[in-house]
Design a protein around this ligand. Sequence first.
Ligand code: SAH
Length: 228
Amino acid sequence: MRFDIISVLPELLESPLGHSIIKRAQTKGLVEIALHHLRDFTTNKHRTIDDYAFGPDAGMVMMVEPIYKAIEKLKSERAYDEIIYTSPDGEPLTQKLSNQLSTKKNILILCGHYKGIDHRVREHLVTREISIGDYVLSGGELAAAVIVDSVVRLVPGVLSDETSALTDSFQDNLLAPPIYTRPAEFNGWKVPEILLSGNFKEIEKWQMDQAIERTQRLRPDLLNNKKG
Ligand code: SAH
């Protein structure tokens, strides 16, 4: 699987995408991530990528031409399954959407900045718009990092124990049950007895009961959703 990310601040993505599981996925050759600087696609000598918004609103808007050039250049090199624009008014990122994206081969992500991008890019070039939550960030880079992180860990072979992604929160619309490790007692705080019993069938039942109880209490909305 490959991600191409277009940004005016690719430096913001280097650290989140250069460590831990995402780094290992790249080292193992399971995932490729390429960062592209939008300013490399400008033609004027100041490498300008933004201009004043038409209309009364204050603020700068990312211009259509450099984005068009960047996307066309990348499209000439490979076919994209999705061209995603990160946007607060996009469809909400959910585990279900991450699962879907993890089956794709090539994904292009465009990060906005300032007031956002010229709407013609959204009308003519973008195939999907994704929001990571109902709040406004200063740029799309952190949103792109969140999208890539949630998708990469689902790519087969990326997690050492492949089943572990399946027991995470939101798969099957349930929150994960509580987890514990050694020591079995710390400070007088005890791990639930059942987990020490060695009876895996009973433990699995306890975990399922816990997952359902936690979901009912903390996120009852999930139980009304269809299976992702
Ligand atoms: N004026 C825009 C917000 C611009 S914020 C509006 O009111 O909708 C600048 C950039 O940050 C956006 O272009 C987008 O790429 C990114 N961004 C901000 N919040 C985001 C969110 N919740 N999810 C995904 N991207 C976001």
